[in-house]
Design a binder for this molecule. Structure first.
Ligand SMILES: [Zn+2]
Length: 134
């Protein structure tokens, strides 16, 4: 689970070669809240990436698009820029988000109850062994 934080920046610009596809390129920056896979506490990760989208208007155009470009299908004449940017940011999310250092003042909860009075599992094993031996 990740939450994209507001305040992300996207700088995109469009261009078009006379005989080429319409291209939108730019840089994306955003921060997201995720869960640290080491200490399971929230961690803020920084997402940065650049995009180079080629706008296509049909599946056929998508297939003939320059392989250097990521195809973005224009539906009903609209480039769903916000959606496309969000999709791109989701791809940038790390699979294993972690703090640089998990030493953030957080310590695990102590074991519930007083373990000192409980029998140690090794003692139980030892007594089983004795029973078998006799
Ligand atoms: Zn952590």
């Amino acid at each position: 689970m990740a939450t994209l934080l507001p305040g992300g920046k996207a700088k995109v610009r469009g261009s078009r070669d006379p005989f080429g596809p319409r291209v939108v390129s730019g840089e994306l920056q955003c921060e997201a809240h995720m869960t640290c896979q080491r200490c399971l506490q929230p961690v803020t990760v920084r997402l940065e990436g650049s995009v180079r989208w080629g706008l296509v208007f049909s599946e056929t155009e998508m297939q003939s698009l320059d392989k250097q470009l990521d195809p973005i299908l224009i539906e009903e004449g609209q480039l769903l820029l916000r959606q496309a940017i969000e999709d791109e940011l989701v791809l940038l999310l790390p699979i294993m988000p972690m703090h640089d250092s998990c030493d953030n003042g957080w310590t695990p909860d102590p074991e519930p109850g007083d373990v000192s009075e409980k029998e140690s599992p090794f003692a139980v094993l030892a007594s089983l062994k004795n029973e078998q031996g006799s």
